[in-house]
Design a protein around this ligand. Sequence first.
Ligand code: VGL
Ligand code: ZN
Length: 203
Amino acid sequence: MKTLLIVDLQNDFCPGGTLAVPEGDEIVPTINKLINVFDIVIQTQDWHPADHSSFASSHEGKDPYDTIAIDYGEQVLWPDHCVQGSMGAEFHPDLNPLKTQVIIRKGFRKAIDSYSTFFENDQKTSTGLTGYLKERGITDLYTVGLATDFCVKWSVLDGIDEGFNMYIVEDAVKGIDLNGSLELAWKEMKEKGVNVTSSQKLL
Ligand code: VGL
Ligand code: ZN
């Protein structure tokens, strides 16, 4: 069964939010159309405690977009975003929520960030998504949402490693682009074997 995976389409990642992805909200109408042609819709929700370790504000003397070494590797420090219970963590108000069957929250452990919908940034702690998909016999995931070069990319790469057929809908994602990260993300996803498709082909 064809399943749509909508990554982090939350207020803080849209213009006006604290970690706004340029034109992040412009993909919402396309995604609403795609929702109509999918049997199953899954959403992810970045969901951080207010003192999360990925926030620059949690590290004295650090600014947003600095990087630090954490025991699991390099971590970009972000502006505070998607704090549990805040408006910024809510989904974009125009996104059709009705067909969503499950919401995977991630990044709720203070010490570990989580870009991917499958594994947190230590690459070990599971979100449970693989088990959910396997239990339901879901094999093909069409990925849309924000941000192409962080949560979308890591979800696609891990999804392939977990044995799923991963698709990315190229006109239904938007990137942050930090020091060339957007171009690198496309390269990494393509090298790993993502299927690139478009809303025009699906609708
Ligand atoms: C994301 C940075 C921090 C994303 C989440 O959704 O791509 N990026 N948290
Ligand atoms: Zn985050």
